[in-house]
Design a protein around this ligand. Structure first.
Ligand code: F6R
Length: 264
């Protein structure tokens, strides 16, 4: 696991966009795994800027989002479908037919639907670069604590902590969905490269547990320790709980010198 510590949220967003843009320049038909939430908003803004100012081309990119709330249709203002349109897709030239986001309106045969989602990822050649945020409880996607490290795409009930963290997105009178369809930890680990973004002091504990704690189903993000090409990109605030900060900075400096392609 490579740990990269940036000064602040702006620098983190620019670095994440630089990594994704380089991957895209090397492979124009890149398969991108995408996350929602507040953390990747700056990353999406930076990618949109690269598209606008430097013509970064998304016309052959295929995207797969991690998750969607069960019960919200794709036009619901709080759906991840709308979030992605507003924050990213409408600012770049991704083709609508290349966009995949779990369908929150599925009823009944979830297994068949979720297997189909997994199949579409496989048929696209697998995810080249998976972008992740991290929950305060260490979740990735909506894989809440105790999710199997081998889990695949499936419906998942959200914890009280996650519901509270996302409560402000919903109006006072609005019913907040209590479950989501999410890619599993096993699905995420199949990605060729993983980039987890963590920003702000409220993520410091989860980041420290994910990077330096034991690999455990109690902290889903700790499963990334099993991945051969996972980068954890955090700002200073999110890094305060890390014991080996100085070492990570040395590793990054050395990597920049000896094997810069590892950092894309
Ligand atoms: C969203 C997702 C979640 C978020 C996590 C952090 O697609 O998969 O795991 O990344 O809840 O959310 P923020 O960035 O809002 O703190």
């Amino acid at each position: 696991m490579l740990v990269v510590i940036e000064q602040d949220y702006g620098a983190l967003s620019r670095e994440a966009a630089r990594i994704a843009a380089n991957a895209l320049r090397q492979k124009p038909d890149l398969v991108l795994g995408l996350a929602t939430g507040s953390t990747p908003v700056g990353f999406y803004r930076e990618l949109a800027k690269l598209h606008r100012e430097q013509g970064l081309d998304f016309s052959r990119v295929v995207t797969f989002n991690l998750d969607e709330y069960i019960g919200l249709d794709s036009s619901h203002p709080h759906s991840f479908h709308v979030f992605m349109q507003e924050n990213f897709f409408r600012h770049v030239n991704v083709k609508p037919e290349n966009i995949h986001i779990p369908d929150g309106t599925i009823r009944g045969d979830f297994d068949e639907y979720c297997e189909g989602y997994e199949r579409s990822i496989r048929d696209a050649g697998g995810i080249d670069l998976q972008i992740l945020g991290i929950g305060k409880d260490g979740h990735i996607g909506f894989n809440e604590p105790t999710s199997s490290l081998a889990s695949r795409t499936r419906p998942k009930t959200l914890t009280r902590e996650t519901l509270e963290a996302n409560r402000s997105h919903f109006g006072k009178e609005e019913r907040q969905p209590r479950a989501a369809i999410t890619m599993g930890i096993g699905t995420i680990l199949d990605a060729k490269k993983i980039l987890l973004l963590g920003s702000g002091a409220e993520k410091a504990r989860a980041v420290a547990l994910a990077v330096e704690g034991p690999i455990t189903a109690s902290v889903s993000a700790s499963a990334l320790q099993l991945h051969r090409d996972a980068t954890v990109l955090v700002d200073r605030e999110a890094a305060v709980g890390l014991k080996h900060r100085e070492y990570y900075e040395t590793v990054v400096a050395m990597t920049r010198e000896l094997t810069p392609e590892r950092l894309w």
